[in-house]
Each structure stands twice: as structure tokens, then as C-alpha cells.
Design a protein. Sequence first.
Length: 355
Amino acid sequence: LSLKCAILACLFKLFSSNPISRDTFRHVGGFVCLVSVLVALEGSFVEENEETIAKLDLVQALFRTMTLALAYHPVNKRFFRNDIGYATLTSGIQLMGILSTKYATHMLDNILKMATENVTDDSYWDPTKPRKLVIRNAQAVLVFLDILRHVHINLQSELLNRLNYITNLCAKTRDALASVGATGFITIHYANAICDSANPLQPLLLRFVTTMAAYRLSPTEWRLFMRLLLGNETKNPILFKTLLQVVKSSSHSAGPYIEFDRSPIGADYACLMVPSVSDEPWPASHTIMLWLWVDNFGHHQVTQALEQGTLHESHSTEDLLAGYSRQPSVVEPSTDVNIFSLSFRDEHDPTLGIT
């Protein structure tokens, strides 16, 4: 066990110092090896013995290394999802027998760290550091919700409160959860708790559904929720009240959320890939429409106008973007179209729509 922990610690240091090594790790079957270590721990926590703490340390090191191997790496995430499968991860956790022990909290905490891609700070639940609580690997949230059903109800309540707290923090998290159908997953797998007004989980689950509905619900998720209402013989008034809240909030649903976050890769640029929509070369007859959350426009006058809500048609795009020296490009095989860039430094939070 100590040798396995030492090897995982070395891998963690390698991934931290050389991000390219994470690609090599994928190519040589590293993820398969990690999952095999997890599967080999089947039944390890059914009975506590002198090796229990050592095995717990191995589990911690295993998930810490796996989290770093996936963090901010879309290719590795896609590979793990398609070639390994998060269901395999769920099964391995359940087979360990850890969820019925006092160490269940550690296991679920590991999964939430994987979801938020946090590998360096054990105090990431600190409410004073909300920026660290962003869901970046939403598939891990489905694993979390799946195994959460197998722990004590008091722990379920505590962790659902945490999930609701994270979900309320930012649109990026809600978009990630919507992309994997988290609301539908809860509606299916927690149907009994949602319909039971005596269940302490009901208000927590309905709060999650209402929050997600204010952002976006898919047609399938709408049907699942309506099925709960129509199939509820007791006609629970709480469900109908929640439905009214969902209908009201969903009328203001937002579109997909994209964040230009350069910090994980240490680059001084960020980009948005626009797929081809026809054979006609862009930008002859196509328009990109987006909303930007702008921290700083670079000069006080425009920033102040935005803060005071006095920015109208009289302020032209040239006024907003005057004085910028760095300009990224939209590059096509035979096209180089210069567009503006925005600086993100201060704590101002105005919003700007551009077409």
C-alpha cells in the first residue's frame, strides 16, 4: 500500500510540473491502471482493521492523482468519459464498501473535489473563497449524486446543501450541470424523496430543481418533472408550488455560458471556436451574438456609465473600444478579420450585449 501511495505521489508531482505528461499518461493506459487499483479495493472497508487507514490514504492519493490528470484537460475528460466510463468509477466506489462507514464523507469529498477540479487546497469549502467552488467536471457530479443515495440521510442533507450552495454561485456551474442533465438525473433517481413531504431531502432537492430551472431545463427534464406531478396520488401542494416557481423562473432562462479563463493554461489569450454553418465564407452573412461580462473597459468614463446604467445608443462601439492596442483575430483559411479585445482586471461587473 505504501508503495502504491508513493507511486501516485510521484505521478501527482509529475503532472503538476509537466502538464504534457498527462497526455502520455492517457496514451499508455494510465487511467485504466488507476481504475484497476480502485477495483482491487473491493470490500476493503467492509470490516475495519489495521490496514483501513492505509487503504484510506491510498484512496485519497488515487482520486487526487485522477483529479489532476483530468483537470483543465478536455481530451483526457473526453477519453475518460468515452473509454473508461464514469459508471465504472461509481461501481468501484460502491464495491469498496466505504459508503456505509464513517469514511463516506472523505469519499464524497473526493468526488466533489474532482467536480471542482480542486487538488491543492483542503479549505475549498471556505465561503470566503467562492471562486474555487465552480463545477468544471460535471460528470463527476453525476457520480456524486449516484453514490450519495447510499449514505446516511443526515450526510445526504449536508452534502446536498453544499451542492445547492455551489449551484447558486455562478452561471458557469449551472451551465455545466445542465449540459449533463443533472436535473433529470435527480428527478429520476430521487423521485421518492421529491414526492415525500416528510422526507428531509425534499426541500433540498426542490431547491436544486428550482435553481436549475431558472437557468435552463431540457424538454426531457420538463417531462420527467411533470410525470412526478401527474403520478403523485397525494397531490402534494409543495410540488405544485415548486412547479409554479419553475414556470416563472424558466421564462428568464439563459443560454449556454462560455468563460474565457486563461489562468489554468497560463496563456495570454483565449478563443472561441465558431463552427461552420454553411459553405458560404464567414463573415459575409453570419452574425455572432453574445453577452459579455466585462470587468474593466480600460477607461473610467465608459465603466462609470455602465455602472450607473446610463450607457445608451449614444455610446458607439468605437467609444467603448477606443484605445485598445491588442486585438485578436478571427482566422479562416483565407480571411483575417480583426476584432476588439477587452481587459479583465478590476472588480466591476457590468454586462454588455454585442452583435
